[in-house]
Design a protein around this ligand. Structure first.
Ligand code: 2BA
Length: 108
């Protein structure tokens, strides 16, 4: 069994949720905040059997698109010495996905 941790943009979250439910994949959604842009994103915890990992990754890929976002100067550093007087464009994933082994799984 594996734990898939996927950080996705809020704009993609509803579509991804629907697709996971439709495929019978169980997931937990957590409201999260990107450490760099400090704007909201959504983190999915998805526990799946090994033979479904590929399918789940395909669902995530199909529902999450990369977008350019403007980071305002105070998001880039936040200190006076790193102040930039203009917004900087950054490309935000798709999705950032980690696949972790699960040692034990219990439901009580
Ligand atoms: P944020 O940390 O808000 O990052 C948003 C985007 O800003 C990133 O997109 C990347 O293009 C850029 N970025 C992040 N850190 C940077 C830095 N130190 N210097 C320059 N540019 C930087 P993504 O890489 O697609 O990441 C989207 C979100 O996924 C991140 O939001 C964060 O919440 C999560 N994430 C990405 N990599 C991660 C990691 N290694 N561990 C944990 N979470 C991660």
């Amino acid at each position: 069994m594996k734990m898939i941790v996927a950080v996705v943009q809020d704009q993609d979250s509803a579509k991804l949720s629907q697709s996971l439910v439709k495929a019978g994949v169980k997931a937990t959604k957590l409201a999260s905040t990107g450490g760099f842009l400090r704007s909201g994103n959504t983190t999915y915890l998805i526990g799946v059997e090994d033979d479904r990992v590929g399918e789940v990754l395909r669902i995530i890929k199909a529902n999450c698109q990369a977008r350019e976002q403007l980071a305002n100067p105070m998001q880039v550093g936040g200190h006076a010495e790193s102040f930039m007087p203009y917004p900087v464009k950054v490309e935000v994933g798709g999705a950032t996905v980690f696949v972790l082994p699960i040692e034990q799984f219990h439901q009580f």
